[in-house]
Design a protein around this ligand. Structure first.
Ligand code: 8IG
Length: 275
């Protein structure tokens, strides 16, 4: 049987579908409201264990509007975590990427769902390529701003949203109270799934970009539309094409992520604990 995603009906209201998804989460987890939402990108997966006690784990497929996994047989999960300070954290381990081709509604559904569960802070993490010459693979950096190079938007119609201070200066300062050496940079979202050419990396650099990736910007826009405060982290898993003297290898990206994972997960858990 072919199951249709309700977000694919252009007449459907994506916020109503997010409301239904939040109701699914409340029913399955028994938690009425979440305070903070956290999307885990590549390299950040272990943070969930350190944030607090996981009180429920849900396959994303059981929540209205979530997409089928991009990678065969690997359904993403949502977790409800109770932190030591009593806050409820919704951990989203089920990201839909723009390059999957299902459109921005599906990409940002998890963010809109997080807002509908009550979350007022959205923490977005990703693995990405680094442009700053002094960055090393395995280094976490804060996202200070973004350049959306996808040509797409999650906003529909004449929806004018201010993006000044999209990546909250207050939350970046708070993160630096935990790790004073955290550098920050401007994230450029490319469509992907191919990595950039060296010329595209130079374009991003000349535009003022420091980080290249395939997620986060569209999600951050939707988070702001929903009134959430946004904190963004990139794990620099590789130097961007042409910045690195060697070609990008997916295996190297995975390995850098695995090596960095314990350190950055602990950092992220401490930041979440301080929010
Ligand atoms: I991990 O170098 C990771 N994701 N666009 N470029 C883009 N996405 C990435 C990269 C990269 N590394």
């Amino acid at each position: 049987m072919v199951t249709q995603n309700p977000l694919d009906d252009p007449a459907a209201d994506p916020f109503e579908i997010a409301r239904q998804a939040a109701d699914d989460i409340a029913r399955i987890t028994g938690v009425d409201r979440h305070d903070i939402a956290l999307t885990l990108g590549s390299g950040w997966g272990r943070a969930a264990e350190l944030i607090g006690e996981t009180t429920a784990t849900i396959p994303a497929t059981e929540v209205t509007g979530f997409s089928k996994p991009a990678l065969e047989g690997h359904a993403g999960t949502l977790r409800s975590i109770l932190a030591e300070n009593g806050k409820r954290i919704l951990v989203i381990g089920a990201r839909t990427h723009f390059y999957e081709g299902h459109g921005p509604r599906r990409v940002v559904h998890s963010v809109r769902t997080a807002a509908a569960t009550g979350a007022t802070t959205m923490v977005l993490t990703n693995g990405a390529g680094g442009i700053k010459a002094d960055w090393q693979p395995g280094q976490p950096v804060l996202i200070s701003d973004h350049i959306n190079l996808t040509g797409a938007s999650p906003l529909e119609g004449a929806t004018f949203i201010d993006l000044t201070d999209l990546y909250s200066a207050r939350l970046r300062d708070l993160a630096r109270t935990i790790e004073p050496n955290l550098d920050e940079g401007v994230y450029c979202q490319f469509r992907g799934p191919q990595y950039e050419t060296p010329a595209e990396v130079q374009m991003a650099k000349s535009f003022g970009g420091h980080i290249v990736g395939m997620s986060t910007a569209l999600e951050a826009i939707a988070a702001r539309q929903s009134g959430m405060e946004v904190l963004g982290f990139s794990l620099i898993t590789n130097l961007a094409a042409g910045i690195s003297p060697t070609p990008l290898s997916h295996a190297e990206v995975i390995e850098a992520g695995q090596t960095a994972e314990p350190v950055i997960s602990a950092l992220l858990a401490r930041v979440i604990g301080a929010l």
